[in-house]
Design a protein around this ligand. Structure first.
Ligand code: PEP
Length: 228
């Protein structure tokens, strides 16, 4: 099981160092931390597995505000999140740019967590599977690729998908692409055991609850308990 802590634009280098010293992932779980760019160096120095939150599709160039695979690899970063809904919503990320970022990162030797998920209105209109099919049509299975199913209505809202909704979506995703699938969307220590015990849930992408060592450790522990 893979549990990824996605810090978004929180935790500068000082807090990152403190977190990394205090954090001890339990056995039986792969814990990944995804700090903001400015904290990547401090996080890598801790020896934990570190992913970035984005990566560009060119090796280098005039792309203000972006980061390349080359720079991430030189820093010692192992992978990157691609296509998070906040990137899609606020920064114009499209299925095509998700494809380019993912392919380039995998070719460069980075691991990728590619995010997919429907909006609330798309779920209400019964379009969840159509959206997932479209978003996943640009991705090809790869040993270093993991998909994160993150229903957008459940991200940072406290509204979690029910275990059945998560299981159904994950099972559907696995008919389209044969890679591990993480669940993301208001995962907390109290709902993690049930979500993570669903058959096709292979881990979690955790936002808010990954910012504190205690809650992130509790979620990692829930994952370890399920597989042990
Ligand atoms: C996320 O940002 O990927 C996420 C799942 O956030 P949260 O856990 O806070 O809903």
């Amino acid at each position: 099981m893979l549990i990824a802590g996605h810090w978004k634009m929180y935790n500068g280098p000082g807090v990152t160092r403190e977190f990394c010293v205090a954090f001890e992932p339990p056995d039986g779980v792969e814990a990944v931390l995804c700090p903001p760019f400015g904290s990547l160096g401090a996080a890598v120095a801790s020896g934990h597995t570190i992913f970035a939150q984005n990566v560009h599709w060119q090796d280098e160039g005039a792309f203000t505000g972006e980061v390349s695979t080359k720079i991430l690899l030189e820093l010692g970063v192992e992978g990157a999140i691609v296509g998070h809904s906040e990137r899609r919503q606020y920064f114009g990320e499209t299925d095509e740019t998700v494809r380019m970022r993912t392919e380039h990162a995998l070719d460069a030797g980075l691991r990728v967590i590619a995010c997919v998920g429907e909006l609330e209105e798309e779920r209400e209109r019964g379009e969840t599977e159509d959206v997932l099919r479209r978003q996943l049509s640009v991705l090809t299975a790869h040993d270093a690729l993991v998909v994160a199913y993150e229903p957008v209505w459940a991200i940072g809202t406290g509204k979690t998908a029910t275990p059945e909704q998560a299981q159904d979506a994950h099972a559907f995703i696995k008919t389209l692409i044969d890679v591990p699938v993480l669940y993301g969307g208001s995962v907390k220590p109290d709902n993690a055991p049930e979500l993570l015990s669903q058959r096709d849930v292979d881990g979690a992408l955790v936002g808010g609850a990954s910012l504190e060592v205690e809650s992130f450790t509790a979620i990692c522990q829930a994952a370890a308990n399920i597989r042990s």
